[in-house]
Design a protein around this ligand. Structure first.
Ligand code: ADP
Ligand code: ZN
Ligand code: ZN
Length: 753
């Protein structure tokens, strides 16, 4: 084995730090060259501490004078934690999104590995009922209760979760000194000890089978399955209820049959127990679910199970796109238009675009599914970069809903609801249907106004109005989270005529209670679903029919299946029609179509009513009369004429500071630097130079006490933009002004503030 001296070997590593660069180190004093492979972790001195770094490359050269190089203190792994393709993907992401490589690596490693934990988990013992234990009849339970109450208590605890093994930590919280008691239950054959695992329990048999697929589904499956084993992006463009999920399930079946793994990425709100159980009921393979609620141990466990190949299916939100796999065969991104796939802070990556890059590097297909594809994706499909498979009709017996606009100009309204909408609600409820009332604004009212002098309650730290909530007793700012009791009289004129203006979901719920006192009403928004399990309880009350009116925000728009909902009322879409953000109409259209899709999902026909003050808005007209595809076509044409994304490539430099002059000053300086660099580049890129727009104050200039501004970069050639970004950000990072403000770069920004 080669034992070499450390002459001329330098280790290039990624350090968890906000600096946009790699660092070089000398190898440890004694080492085995074979273990020094990119992707292993190293302990290295950094500043005054020691940190855990990831080895990126081994080099014979360095720019750092030898005397200043430090030595690696410890090699932590004998085999790479991150495979070469995954490492390549991470390096690409760091470069594309111009985010520090150390932080990007950190995104791909579970916290325990970042802290130096070994890449293994010893299974913890856990206890679970046996089939006999589950089948105990009540007379035996009664006897046990009588003679051995401590045994009975443990049985009760385990039967609360009959399919899950319960850990010692959990039992400790309920009973002390319980191990001898548990042993008695094991002796009786009622309980077994298993290992606590992060994988979902395996069903013994497939619980459901696929329906007879229709022609559109069969064709889509055949087209995608033909491309298994090589790169390709496939858009499954199918109306809600058209059977997209059935297409995914059939494809997964083929991939599993090839002995490969599948990654399914879903939006944050889309990761529901219903969705997971649909997969669980169809496949008898180990499934892992990755979401933000996992403990560090569970996260590591899942990571290891995917990497070893044990987890055949991984279902996760955005960050799961960086999960390592032994033999990945397919990626599926459901609801690809969803904004939660783009991380909006720190490392601002798009999981969709990273997934596509990953598919390219790993040579495998990726499926993007949506009823309302993003304009970016449609543009790519039109250009022939993605294949497009259309499912135009609802599957099975369900029919598309009937959509109508309610022109509410000059109409009598009670707290946001028109008489026409209330009458329609009554009709549907009388016929035994359920109704969904949608408003994308939570709280009681978005504004509190003094009726005598016009004073409006504003946030003290943001340029924003306070939202009233908890009836009209409290005020909250949805931008910085600050809260206070609602004023009882006007601070300007001392009048007590303070009134809520406009309506949020809380107020709608109150009005509906007055209008329909005998009907169960449930509200689903971030305020009512904060507690764990709350969402499920609320949904259950809809499914069991005890609640018949649902009021809610966009949390209702995704994935939920309400077979008895026959009426969807959309209370206010006007905000989406007139916003400063050029993507607002696209989002409005997507939300509208998704919410409308909740109506009439089963055999019962559905109706959708949309309240608006702008019934003649051209994009709304196209959407309603010609559908989403025609809307998207028109919107894309508008983007082409105005040279906005996806017809140009964008990056947004944002800056904020407490000192109100600094952000603009910094961005002006940044613009000058970019212009100088641009002049140097223009020889290479000729006409397709990067345009600099701004700097301008952010649409909401003050937020959480800081002043914010932004500079937009736009280019018709992506390469021109990326050639500029790297040297430019290097300059900004070492710039004096740059240290006085908080700044960040957002490549392909989804929100323009
Ligand atoms: P999507 O994901 O496009 O919203 P789903 O796959 O969830 O659609 O299908 C909607 C409903 O129609 C589900 O209840 C599903 O079981 C059912 N379904 C899907 N495909 C078929 C089919 N070919 N025949 C009958 N029912 C189907
Ligand atoms: Zn007043
Ligand atoms: Zn605020």
């Amino acid at each position: 084995m080669a034992r070499m001296s450390a002459v001329n070997i330098f280790l290039r590593v990624a350090i968890p730090s906000p600096l946009r660069r790699c660092f070089d180190y000398l190898p440890p004093t004694a080492y085995d060259l074979h273990t020094l492979q990119p992707g292993i972790r190293l302990k290295v001195p950094f500043g005054r501490t020691t940190v855990i770094a990831v080895l990126l490359a081994i080099s014979n050269e360095t720019d750092v004078p030898r005397s200043r190089l430090k030595r690696v203190s410890e090699v932590l792994d004998t085999t790479p934690l991150l495979s070469r393709p995954l490492l390549k993907l991470l390096m690409w992401s760091s470069n594309y999104y111009q985010h520090p490589v150390g932080e990007v690596m950190g995104n791909a490693l579970p916290a325990l590995l970042r802290q130096g934990h070994a890449p293994e988990l010893k299974g913890e013992p856990a206890w679970q009922l046996t089939n006999d234990g589950r089948a105990l009849d009540s007379s035996i339970l009664k006897q046990t209760q009588h003679r051995a109450p401590r045994q009975a208590a443990l049985l009760k605890l385990l039967s609360a979760a009959p399919d899950t093994a319960v850990s010692a930590q959990y039992i400790n919280a309920v009973q002390s000194n319980w191990r001898p008691v548990m042993r008695k239950l094991i002796d009786k054959g009622w309980v077994v000890v298993t290992e606590h695992s992060c994988l979902l329990p395996l069903p013994v048999n497939k619980l459901t089978t696929a329906p007879q697929l229709n022609i559109a589904q069969t064709e889509a499956i055949a087209a995608i399955a033909a491309g298994l084993g090589s790169f390709g992006v496939h858009l499954v463009d199918g109306v809600t209820g058209s059977g997209k999920t059935e297409v995914y399930l059939a494809l997964i079946e083929s991939v599993l049959a090839r002995g490969q793994q599948v990654l399914i990425l879903v939006p944050e709100i889309g990761l529901t127990p219903q969705l997971v159980s649909r997969f669980q009921q169809r496949f008898t393979v180990p499934i892992a679910v990755l979401h933000s609620g996992l403990s560090n141990r569970e996260r590591l466990c899942t990571w290891l199970a995917a990497r070893s190949g044990e987890a055949a299916i991984v279902i996760g939100t955005r960050s799961a796109v960086f999960t390592p796999f032994a033999k990945l065969g397919l990626m599926i991104l459901d609801e690809e238009h969803d904004t939660s796939f783009k991380q909006q802070e720190g490392f601002r990556y798009s999981a969709r675009d990273v997934a596509i890059k990953r598919a390219h590097l790993d040579d495998l297909p990726v499926v993007l599914g949506s009823a309302t594809p993003s304009l970016e994706t449609l543009h790519n499909a039109h250009q022939g970069r993605y294949s497009r498979l259309v499912l135009a009709k609802r599957a099975g017996a369900a029919r598309p809903p009937d959509i109508n606009v309610l022109d509410v100009r000059k109409q009598p309204m009670s707290d946001g609801l028109s008489t026409a909408l209330i009458n329609a609600l009554r009709r549907h409820l009388d016929k035994g249907g359920q109704a969904l009332v949608f408003l994308n604004r939570r709280g009681y009212a978005p504004t509190m106004l003094c009726h005598d002098c016009g004073w409006v309650a504003k946030c003290r730290r943001c340029d924003a109005n306070m939202t009233m909530f908890n009836g009209n007793t409290r005020l909250r700012c949805h931008h910085c989270g600050s809260e206070r009791r609602a004023d009882s009289c006007c601070p300007d004129c001392q009048s007590s005529e303070l009134r809520p203006v406009g309506a949020g979901t809380e107020r709608l719920e109150a009005v509906l209670k007055q209008q329909f006192p005998d009907t169960g009403i449930v509200r689903i928004d971030r305020d009512t679903t904060r507690r764990k399990g709350a969402m499920q309880n609320l949904l259950d009350s809809v499914h069991d029919g005890s609640k018949r009116i649902l009021v809610g925000t966009q949390m209702l728009a995704k994935g939920h299946h309400f077979p008895d909902v026959t009426l969807v009322g959309i209370v206010d879409i006007d905000q989406g029609l007139f916003s400063a953000d050029f993507r607002a109409t696209e989002r409005m259209a997507q939300l509208l179509v998704q919410v409308a899709g909740r109506a009439g999902r089963a055999e019962k026909p559905g109706q959708v009513l949309i309240q608006t003050h702008h019934p003649d808005h051209p994009l709304l007209q196209i959407l309603l009369h010609e559908g989403y595809a025609a809307f998207a076509q028109a919107a894309l044409e508008e983007r082409r004429q105005t040279q906005l994304a996806p017809h140009s490539h964008m990056a947004l430099l944002r800056a904020e500071a407490v000192d109100e002059r600094l952000p603009l000053q910094f961005l002006k300086h940044a613009r000058q630097l970019a212009e100088q660099l641009g002049a140097a580049f223009s020889a290479n890129f000729g006409e397709s130079r990067v345009q600099l727009l701004g700097p301008i104050p952010a649409p909401m200039e003050r937020r959480a006490g800081r002043i914010r501004a932004q500079l937009l970069l736009q280019a018709t050639e992506r390469a021109a933009l990326h050639h500029l970004l790297e040297p430019w950000l290097q300059q900004l990072e070492s710039d004096k002004l740059g240290r006085k403000v908080r700044w960040s770069i957002d490549v392909d920004p989804q929100e323009m503030f």
